[in-house]
Design a protein around this ligand. Structure first.
Ligand code: HEC
Length: 140
């Protein structure tokens, strides 16, 4: 009996870490927020390149992975599996900030589709303020 419980627990652990590892650039033990953040970091830096090199068409692609990761983060939050490094008791505020932030990302994608580089630039500035705002509040 003990043995089979242990095996089931191990399978659970393996599949959980397998899921996390499936995300690009992530490391074993990362939580859903960290997985999302690493993808976001890549997508954001790529967007900066898109602006600087006048290549709006490269901006959107990497954000699709961020969107999927965000859905995973939402699930993890609902399950109570997320503990934020700072102000962890203000999870509702985190969710609100995150929602508003993702609206800004949508704005960037719209601007990039229109190849409106001035709007892309303004969006990137706004987004970077959003990164800093949330990190100041919730990240060590
Ligand atoms: C709504 C809140 C929020 C926003 C917006 C946000 N972050 Fe984060 N970020 C966090 C939190 C919380 C952590 C810490 C997660 C942890 O360690 O558990 C984090 C961690 C990170 C990390 C470290 C991940 C790791 O390897 O542990 C990077 C890189 C990062 N963020 C980049 C960004 C960038 C770039 C942006 C903007 C384009 C951004 N973040 C926007 C909340 C946010």
């Amino acid at each position: 009996m003990k043995k089979s419980v242990c095996t089931i627990a191990m399978i659970g652990l393996l599949s959980a870490s397998g899921q996390v590892l499936a995300a690009e650039g992530s490391q074993p033990g990362d939580n859903a927020v960290q997985v999302e953040m690493r993808l976001l970091d890549k997508a954001f830096k790529n967007a900066v390149d898109g602006l600087l090199l006048n290549m709006p068409e490269i901006i959107e692609g990497p954000f699709h992975k961020v969107h999927k990761a965000k859905m995973n983060t939402e699930k993890a939050i609902k399950k109570g599996a997320i503990k934020l490094p700072k102000n962890s008791d203000k999870l509702n505020e985190f969710v609100e900030l995150d929602e508003a932030f993702h609206e800004k990302l949508v704005g960037l994608l719209k601007a990039s589709r229109k190849k409106d580089m001035n709007a892309v630039k303004n969006s990137i500035h706004e987004i970077m303020d959003g990164c800093v705002q949330c990190h100041n509040k919730f990240k060590n």
